[in-house]
Design a protein around this ligand. Structure first.
Ligand SMILES: Cc1cc2nc3c(=O)[nH]c(=O)nc-3n(C[C@H](O)[C@H](O)[C@H](O)COP(=O)(O)OP(=O)(O)OC[C@H]3O[C@@H](n4cnc5c(N)ncnc54)[C@H](O)[C@@H]3O)c2cc1C
Length: 449
């Protein structure tokens, strides 16, 4: 057994986890619940930095709804299998048993007080109860694997029985040893919170493939100066990502126009397909259907009514209300005024012109534009502003327990793997599910040798 006092003093653990994010701490708890002595190494000054920022500080950690489209990456079925194995109900039970109440708003699941801090505290209190050692400001820079049949590792680093130590984990100032190692260092999204791909080279040296990483759930940039004037406008619509003329992905919801980008849940959802297209130099558009519930024909009719106003020829005789409203006022009845002005100009209608004078042909062109407003997007807002990473460790190199098929005793959990979820709590559910499964297997196997 490695978990004796002497080994603890010499930085030897049965299980080491690199990364104190949600995946890492869930793995730590699961391994420790199996009876393993667990150490977590975290480069930041405190654990769970990113978790505090999730869901605008409210932490949407799971979702009532699940289908085969919520996970993307190299093998969405694999991701679903893992999440099925440790699912939403397991996660809710886990938190309820720790005393944290939960609630759902629509399908999104949150801690009852809508504070990410409660999720963090629940995890940290359980780590403390189980004696998990969390070492902060310990940036791992190298990992050495020692196969079972090789000579013992040098005795000045490890106390006996050194042959049980399979991994030497080097941080900036220390060397740690363990029998099972779980990598939960995240992807590259939001590096300010600690995940920046700094161990990618080491992971590749261990023999693993890292599928190219792109920002996902990220705003998309534009350079349209006229569109920039819409900064702050929010509108509910249908969004399609068009790459080289083909629709790649579609979503519905509220989008937000910003000075140099468009954001909001539906834009973020389709963004993971844009990053790769930008790199390949393809033309990318976000097509907005501002009236997704109406056909183009229906919309033309509705516009005609808005542009004409109430017009009862018999009772009003010579008074023509069409003279009373401008095109902008007419379209402003149907959508945001700033957006209305932008669309009228784009359709070649002068916003101050008399609504009733707008020709049928022009109204039809306006209806067409409102059903398919193309915004040319020129890039994504980068990993700095991405919520998640597409790409990561190739899933075909992992077992059903998230163990490495290449290095025995090594596990991969969380966003480091080639899985990215859509908005709605699916990324944290993945982090917790994968952490629970990897940690449980590592803890079990270290003690059942
Ligand atoms: C602003 C924002 C909002 C989000 N909101 C939601 C939401 O509401 N719902 C949802 O499901 N998902 C959300 N996400 C995504 C979610 O936070 C991540 O998918 C999740 O945190 C990934 O967990 P992880 O443990 O795999 O990685 P991380 O949380 O990234 O943790 C990895 C840890 O590893 C540490 N580390 C990295 N390299 C080293 C090293 N060399 N040595 C030691 N430690 C290292 C890092 O410092 C970090 O603490 C959001 C993300 C962001 C940025």
């Amino acid at each position: 057994m490695l978990g004796n006092d002497k080994n603890k003093k010499n930085n030897i653990s049965e299980v080491i986890i690199i990364g104190a994010g949600p995946a890492g701490l869930m793995a730590a708890i699961s391994a420790a619940r199996e009876g393993a002595f667990v150490t977590v190494l975290e480069q930041k000054d405190k654990p769970l930095k990113k978790l505090y920022a999730t869901g605008n500080g409210r932490c949407n950690f799971s979702n009532i709804y699940m289908d085969d489209k919520v996970y993307r990456g190299g093998d969405p079925e694999f991701a679903l299998k893992i999440v099925d194995h440790y699912d939403r109900d397991d996660l809710l039970l886990f938190f309820h048993e720790l005393g944290m109440m939960t609630k759902h708003i629509g399908d999104y699941i949150y801690p009852y007080n809508e504070q990410a801090r409660s999720v963090a505290d629940a995890l940290l209190l359980e780590c403390r109860r189980l004696g998990v050692k969390i070492c902060c400001e310990e940036r791992v820079v190298d990992i050495t694997y020692k196969p079972e049949n090789e000579d013992e590792v040098s005795s000045d680093v490890y106390s006996e029985p050194a042959d049980e130590v399979r991994f030497e984990v080097k941080t900036v100032g220390r060397i740690y040893g363990c029998r099972k190692l779980i990598l939960a260092v995240g992807g590259k999204a939001s590096p300010a919170h600690g995940s920046d791909g700094n161990l990618n080279g080491v992971i590749k040296d261990l023999g693993h493939t890292i599928v190219k990483q792109y920002p996902a759930l990220v705003p998309l940039m534009h350079t349209d100066k006229k569109l920039a004037k819409l900064a702050g406008v929010r509108v509910k619509c249908a969004v399609s990502l068009i790459v080289s003329g083909n629709t790649v992905s579609s979503e519905r919801g509220e989008i937000i126009f910003n000075k140099d980008n468009i954001s909001g849940i539906p834009v973020m959802q389709v963004s993971r397909y844009a990053a790769k297209a930008f790199e390949e130099g393809r033309e990318v558009y976000v097509r907005l259907d501002l009236f997704p519930d109406e056909t183009e024909e229906e919309l033309s009719g509705l516009l005609r009514r808005a542009f004409d106003g109430y017009y009862d020829v018999l009772s009003l005789k010579n008074k023509d209300p069409r003279r009373d409203r401008s095109a902008l006022e007419a379209l402003g009845l149907c959508t945001n005024e700033k957006l209305a002005e932008y669309c009228l100009n784009a359709a070649g209608i002068i916003p101050r012109s008399i609504a009733g004078n707008v020709q049928e042909k022009k109204l039809k062109a306006l209806a067409k534009l409102l059903k398919g407003l193309d915004v040319r997007v020129t890039g994504d807002a980068g990993f700095e502003r991405a919520q998640v990473t597409a790409g990561g460790v190739d899933l075909s190199e992992l077992t059903d327990d998230l163990g490495s098929k290449i290095i025995p005793g090594l596990y991969i959990a969380g966003e480091l793997a080639d899985v990215d979820g859509t908005c709605g709590g699916y990324n944290l559910q993945w982090a917790f599910s994968s952490g629970a499964i990897a940690g449980r297997d590592a803890g079990k196997s270290v003690l059942n040798r």
